[in-house]
Design a protein around this ligand. Structure first.
Ligand code: CA
Length: 226
């Protein structure tokens, strides 16, 4: 069973998360500061890290960057800050997802399941399916209800990129870097145009996309695999 480390200095929140997660069968430990978190991670193996960005003894983003380099485990940032720039910064520092306080137990459990699924043995897959959308990675072929969709090379790369991290928000900067080798500054318009074209081809109603969702001010998120 998966082991989860909660790094959170507010007892009411860590206790809520611990109760919910243990109730769902996870093994949970709590660290209340960065020092305890480092000690716990050196002592035992964990499968998910829930990280509060506002800790008494560390800058949250610096700690995130450090833990990302030292340990290979999914990190979900737990933040009271609702500022979009914070979410973007956390994702750019390597967070796999974020959850904003206050949140309920279904949302917490869903986020945990999603990062565990993505960390699972799906890396070598050759196909992706969500709803009526299928991507055949070998053939570079996208179909909707079995009918081929004609995408340009860039549009295909963008769809594949998002699908390989399905369920996870990719920031505009990260997408731009993967697509064009540099941050979004000069490419945001290009990205928007590509996305508009993709949605026109994939979505029944491009104004209410079902497959590639916009996280306003942050980036795009492909719907998770069926
Ligand atoms: Ca805190």
């Amino acid at each position: 069973m998966s082991r989860i480390l909660i790094v959170e200095d507010e007892f009411s929140i860590s206790n809520f998360m611990k109760t919910v997660l243990e109730g769902d069968g996870y093994t949970v430990e709590v660290a209340t500061c960065a020092a305890q978190a480092r000690a716990a991670l050196d002592r035992a193996e964990y499968h998910v890290l829930l990280l509060d960005l506002g800790l008494p003894d560390a800058d949250g983003l610096e700690l995130l960057r450090e833990l990302r380099q030292r340990y290979a485990l999914p990190v979900i940032v737990v933040s009271a800050r609702t500022e979009e720039s914070e979410k973007v910064a956390a994702l750019d520092c390597g967070a796999d997802d974020y959850i904003t306080k206050p949140f309920g137990s279904p949302e917490l459990l869903a986020r945990i399941r999603a990062v565990l699924r993505r960390a699972g043995p799906a890396a070598g897959t050759t196909a992706f399916t969500t709803g009526a959308l299928t991507i055949d990675y070998d053939k570079h072929l996208v179909t909707i209800e079995g009918k081929p969709v004609h995408l340009t090379a860039n549009e295909y790369r963008l769809v594949e990129l998002l699908s390989r991290s399905a369920g996870k928000v990719l920031t505009y900067d990260r997408i731009s870097e993967a697509m064009w080798g540099d941050a979004a500054g000069g490419n945001s318009q290009l990205l928007r145009v590509n996305m508009a074209n993709i949605r026109r081809k994939l979505e029944q109603n491009p104004a209410e996309p079902q497959y590639i969702l916009t996280e306003i001010g942050v980036g795009y998120r492909m719907k998770e695999q069926n």
